[in-house]
Design a protein around this ligand. Structure first.
Ligand code: G
Ligand code: MN
Length: 227
């Protein structure tokens, strides 16, 4: 499935995240990935997902393609070769939930991805166990803010303050924040006011089997930057 990533100021769809749905019921992937881990085949399952994505190909209109991968998958040279045709528009998301034993060991692989034009995102920022270490060690192009940080920010001063601090951090280090799990227009507006440039969530479009650009908000694009 593909979910649009949108520019909060002009509502343009700038790319899509590929999201696995597995089994006959097109289930959420969590339990399947857990089972695969228990069976010792999670790298195979991740590679299979990437093969499926590569067979579908890149999104229209020069859009970026965000894919989820773990460190074990990223260091696999076969996976790098598989992704080469998509490299310049590919963003690899590494989750904050995954503990990374040695950043130094991962770095040469990341440099190979980067030399091919692939960009890196740290996923689930604020909800993982890495306490922003991935962000500090890996200097990603994108920092994806977890839904637990974003949800209801228009009603929570502490969430807004945290996001404002991360926006300053992102500007200083040259990374771009993507707010995940945006479900309400109020959240989108508050994020835009806070200086967050990109968003993703049910408010803009649910994961869909085809490339479907953001359909929300339904009103015409605002005349001011944040509407
Ligand atoms: O871990 P990662 O951020 O890659 O997972 C994204 C998951 O979040 C997907 O399974 C997707 O279906 C789900 N998701 C996407 N947008 C929203 C949203 O606005 N609200 C909620 N609750 N879930 C979302
Ligand atoms: Mn993700």
């Amino acid at each position: 499935m593909f979910q649009p990533v949108v520019s909060l100021s002009d509502r343009r769809t700038v790319g899509y995240e590929a999201l696995a749905r597995l089994g006959e019921g097109r289930d959420l992937p969590g339990p399947w990935f857990r089972l695969a881990r228990e069976m010792g085949v999670s790298a195979d399952l991740e590679r299979t997902c990437l093969v499926a994505i590569s067979e579908i190909g890149l999104p229209p209109d020069d859009g970026l393609l965000f894919v989820n991968a773990s460190a074990a998958t990223l260091i696999d040279p076969d996976v790098q070769d598989l992704c080469l045709p998509m490299a310049s528009r590919l963003v690899v998301e590494l989750t904050e939930h995954e503990h990374i034993e040695s950043y130094e060991e991962l770095r040469p692989s990341l440099e190979r991805w980067s030399s091919r034009g692939v960009r890196l995102a740290v996923d689930d920022t604020g909800a993982g166990h890495s306490s922003l270490r991935h962000v500090l060690e890996l200097a990603p192009h994108f920092l994806k803010l977890d839904q637990t940080v974003v949800a209801g920010l228009h009603e929570h001063a502490a969430r807004r303050a945290l996001i404002a601090a991360l926006v300053t951090f992102a500007e200083d280090v040259g990374t771009t924040i993507i707010a995940e799990g945006v479900e309400k227009r109020e959240e989108a507006d508050a994020l835009c006011d806070a200086g967050v440039h990109l968003g993703q969530g049910f408010a803009f479009g649910r994961p869909h089997p085809a490339w479907r650009p953001a359909v929300w908000p339904l009103e015409p694009a605002p005349t001011t930057a944040c509407g």
